[in-house]
Write a protein that binds this ligand. Sequence first.
Ligand code: DGL
Length: 274
Amino acid sequence: MDERPIGVFDSGFGGISVLAEASRILPAEDFLFLGDNRNAPYGDKTPEEVLAFTRAAVARLIGLGCKAVLIACNTATSAAAETLRNDLALPIIGMEPALKPAALLPGGGAVLVMATAMTLKLDKFHSLMARYGQNAVPVPCPGLVEMIEAGETCGPCVTAKLNELLAPYLDRPVKAVVLGCTHYVFLKPVLRACLPPNVTLVDGNEGTARQLKNRLMQKGLLKTVNGSGPNARGKIEFMSTAEDRAMPARMRAWYNRFVETLDSACISTPDTVE
Ligand code: DGL
């Protein structure tokens, strides 16, 4: 029994979608969420900058007593997870675009992998492509994280942006679209409407949450609670590097809204994490 919280970190709002899944799978655990909104988006920074931001965020979460850190960001995982694992003793769980389960879906057609330019450029993605990328097409999505950070997750501007990003790739049969950035999970309903109905949306959130649970179990770090009273549900706290002091309350509102609207338009599998 380990009562310390789990740290969850992202460049901004995207990781809230992973936090929701982690808390669903580990309801008794306490979570501290940290969004580096001041430095978002990470995708157009250098890998060295993202490593420095991620190191600082993880250090802050460790300083607050976290027993493990979930990097709920594909970009930060690609740029920083391996280095931080070599430097730190606590479990660090990361993410990668869920290309494997998408590639293994039945049927023919391309697998479009939407992600930040940095995720698509770094070694981690290249080795994924070498294993599962036979029919995969990388789709960099400049500008999308900025829209989501500005609070735009639906409406005509978002639809126009997604149509513009995807149009060059929809001239071929497509079987799946991988959401290789945690921010994009908030766009699922709009994406669904932009794509032919036979296209499956795939994200890595559930697989990542299961990996977190497995790692905590292996290390004997799970918080276990007897019974199902109010104390059986863990606490979730939100923090941000943004100067706007209302940000943690906004994050909580995003979290609550997302939990209410979790839909089944997307599949996630346990095989989608590193
Ligand atoms: N949520 C991050 C990811 O999964 C977004 C990256 C960014 O800030 O550009 O890659």
